[in-house]
Design a protein around this ligand. Structure first.
Ligand SMILES: NC(=O)c1ccc[n+]([C@@H]2O[C@H](COP(=O)([O-])OP(=O)(O)OC[C@H]3O[C@@H](n4cnc5c(N)ncnc54)[C@H](O)[C@@H]3O)[C@@H](O)[C@H]2O)c1
Ligand SMILES: [Zn+2]
Length: 368
């Protein structure tokens, strides 16, 4: 078992426990926190079918205290109308301030259930059990919770931290290949930002077929979480240092928006964005050609296939104008300087972005 305490605002702590097999020991970890309380277990239909019964059994609380709330799987559930429906269910069951929400699922469920917890009665405690690699290495700490809005992705959100996070790499055994690769991209991102050893592990792991090797994953998850922990403890609300966690996300988010969140997994877009950032850094002389080569070798294995390459630059650049991190018409770019070191710059121009996208289109598989 490994643990990690993330110290956040107002002396709050998110306690992360990572252990293979936690799925069968949920009660052991949660009973001291939730004894006697109502619990809403929020999950999605797919995760519910795979793990709902196991978690309910392992939670072992009277059915009168448990409210199971499934939402349809996928990004389409991350809406205000889902929040409304879930809040109605909590209110009908007379949930009080001390009652708990448990989010069981990937990033969609964690963002949605976390946002619900943050607004219901001005905030009730929540616990997460992340089940995708992306949610285990990234989403589960940092407290960003949100739903989408017609005006933009994650437009309605808060910083609201879970009390406890239970990470079980065994969940990854049922994850499909694309979701696994999507999560690995965030691991590589964390490595480039702040952990050379983790980068070496990624180089090694990506030489082999992408089937879950639970031991590899445990190490990767804990190291990626440590990188994120160090950064968010310095800057909880993304006023400065936390921005580096957006490596690959300026172009990546724009590509996701330009493709209407339908074509690509989050990590696939971030792989494109991370390689584009590395190209820009190399062309500016910030990143040596040798280190660029190393980064490109790893990221190439995580790039999505063909269709994104036909998305016009103008669509990506237009979407970038709606970036939430834009200030005074400028969008921040995080550029790698070495493996383990990045810089934030505000003066990347359109031509540099277009040239980088041209170069990135020459990498990666033709088809999926
Ligand atoms: N809050 C943050 O800091 C943060 C950071 C990055 C991404 N996000 C958000 O996370 C979301 C993407 O997360 P995601 O990639 O986990 O997507 P997701 O939650 O949609 O999960 C992907 C798919 O995997 C399925 N699934 C989940 N666990 C499974 C398992 N163990 N076995 C088999 N299938 C499983 C889900 O049902 C879903 O179909 C986006 O909405 C993004 O905005 C949030
Ligand atoms: Zn991300």
């Amino acid at each position: 078992m490994r643990t990690l305490n993330v110290h956040v605002s107002e002396s709050r702590i998110s306690r992360v426990v990572l252990e293979s097999g936690i799925l069968h020991k949920v009660r052991h970890y949660l009973a001291p926190l939730v004894e006697g309380r109502n619990i809403a277990l929020v999950t999605d239909t797919r995760v519910s079918a795979l793990y709902g019964n196991h978690v309910r059994k392992s939670l072992d609380i009277p059915s009168s205290k448990l409210l199971v709330l499934d939402v349809p799987e996928g990004e389409k559930s991350k809406t205000f109308s889902s929040i409304n429906a879930l809040a109605t269910a909590l209110a009908e069951k007379q949930f009080e301030r001390g009652d708990f929400i448990i989010a069981l699922g990937g990033g969609v469920v964690l963002d949605l259930a976390g946002f619900l917890a943050s607004v219901y009665m001005r905030g009730i405690p929540y616990i997460t059990i992340p089940t995708t690699l992306l949610s285990q290495v990234d989403v589960c700490i940092g407290g960003k919770v949100a739903v989408n809005h017609a005006g933009g992705r994650n437009l309605l959100g808060q910083f609201y931290h879970p009390q406890m996070v239970l990470v079980d790499p065994d969940f990854l055994r049922s994850l499909d290949q694309r979701d696994l690769k999507s999560g690995l991209t965030e691991v590589v991102k964390a490595a480039i930002i702040g952990d050379k050893t983790l980068f070496q592990r990624c180089e090694k792991c990506l030489q082999h077929p992408l089937r879950p090797q639970v031991n590899d994953h445990e190490e990767m998850i804990i190291r990626a979480l440590h990188v994120k922990k160090r950064i968010i403890e310095k800057d909880e609300k993304e006023k400065g240092p936390r921005m580096v966690l957006n490596l690959g996300h300026t172009v990546g988010h724009a590509l996701e928006t330009a493709t209407d969140y339908k074509l690509l997994r989050h990590g696939e877009s971030i792989a494109v964005g991370t390689l584009a950032a590395a190209v820009i850094a190399r062309r500016r002389g910030l990143l040596s050609p040798g280190t660029f080569e190393k980064i490109a070798n790893v990221i190439t294995r995580l790039l999505p296939g063909g269709p994104w390459k036909t998305v016009p630059d103008t669509a990506i650049l237009d979407a970038m104008k709606r970036d939430k991190k834009k200030q005074l018409d400028r969008v921040p770019f995080i550029l790698p300087k070495q493996v383990g070191k990045v810089a934030t710059v505000w003066d990347v121009d359109q031509k540099e972005i277009q040239d980088a996208l041209d170069e990135v289109r020459r990498y990666g598989p033709e088809d999926i």
